[in-house]
Design a protein around this ligand. Structure first.
Ligand code: COA
Ligand code: MG
Length: 303
């Protein structure tokens, strides 16, 4: 069952919640989703103050992004419950989703779900806050199916390759780098998480590529994620945003072909035909299901 709205997530720009300068810059950025971070981009001695900075930024800046998310510390830290209580109390009406870091099992999500139930009642919030999970350690990946099924507040899951590679003790140089492992070291976790997401109606999102000067590799990684069925990719720097937004948008030629094939197929059905040729390409019920995904994505993006 799915109660949360569908939202665009071609690119998710991560911004340290302790940096007023970067939050101001992010607010003016054309990007589908902003993630204001209280976790690893914020030093432990800055975490308590960052909650107030995030609340002020949410309430006072003119945000261009369509989706506003706050990333909270994981359930095994001393910060998690105060993160939720302070940001939802201070800016609950401005928050679309909370992102739970290092989600290991369904119980982690249920804790957050119940805490949100209580806060929404207490504060009289009418807009229901969604949950996104980060799958970024070996336990989380092992339990990804039960996590995907754990809450009807869930909207999306992100595969976070930085923490994940540490958790599995991989030998890699930087976050998101592919190492000496041809052809694709991220194939298995991306594939596994994407299956779980699609089975439960969630958006599968690809984590960050940290080397923000190497845009060619970012473009390739984004294409791999798109091909596998993922919805979008993170950016950790404004220079990465356009590549992700663009890669996960259907291009105009693909859209025109999809619309033409669908129209021709609808006519064919009226004529009693189940499979036809459109400009030399076979179109049948299965190919219509495939192209319908593209048309649905275009609708969501207003294309
Ligand atoms: N969001 C908003 N603005 C950002 C930004 C971000 N994620 N990253 C950089 N900027 C801004 C900088 O403040 C700078 O602004 P200015 O031109 O007004 O001075 C401009 O973009 C260019 O930045 P640059 O000088 O190239 O990088 P930097 O050295 O300032 O920052 C990082 C580099 C990696 C520290 C920074 O990009 C960052 O903190 N990224 C987010 C990290 C994060 O969220 N990690 C957790 C999730 S993995
Ligand atoms: Mg992480």
């Amino acid at each position: 069952m799915h109660l949360q709205p569908k939202r665009p997530r071609r690119c998710v720009l991560s911004v340290p919640g302790s940096s007023e300068k970067m939050m101001a810059k992010a607010s003016a950025t054309e990007v589908d989703q902003i993630l204001l971070d209280l976790e690893d981009a914020v030093a432990p001695n800055a975490k308590a103050a960052a909650r107030g900075q995030v609340v002020t930024a949410l309430n006072t800046l003119d945000w261009q992004a369509k989706v506003l998310c706050v990333r909270i510390n994981d359930v095994q830290t001393q910060w998690c419950h105060d993160d939720v209580i302070e940001v939802v109390t201070g800016a609950g009406a401005r928050i679309d989703t909370l992102m739970l870091t290092k989600t290991k099992c369904a119980g982690d999500v249920k804790f957050l779900h119940l805490l949100l139930d209580q806060l929404e009642l207490k504060l009289g919030l009418t807009k229901r806050i969604g949950i996104e999970c980060l799958i970024e350690d070996v336990e989380g990946l092992m339990n990804v199916e039960e996590i995907a099924a754990s809450s009807d507040r869930l909207e999306a899951m992100t595969f976070g390759m930085g923490d994940y590679s540490a958790s599995q003790q991989m030998h890699l140089e930087s976050v998101g780098s592919t190492g000496d492992y041809p052809p694709d070291i991220w194939h298995y976790p991306r594939y596994k998480m994407t299956i779980a997401c699609r089975a439960f109606g969630l958006d599968p999102i690809d984590g960050p590529y940290a080397d923000f000067k190497d845009l060619a590799t970012l473009a390739n990684e984004s294409k791999y994620a798109l091909t596998l069925g993922m919805t979008g990719k993170w950016a950790i720097h404004p220079s990465q945003v356009a590549i992700a937004q663009d890669t996960f948008s259907p291009d105009s030629a693909t859209l025109a072909t999809a619309r033409k094939q669908k129209a021709a197929y609808e006519q064919a059905l009226k004529d009693g035909l189940g499979a036809i040729s459109v400009d030399g390409v076979m179109v049948d019920a299965a190919s219509i299901r495939m192209l319908q995904n593209t048309l649905d994505r275009a609708d969501l993006m207003g294309l």
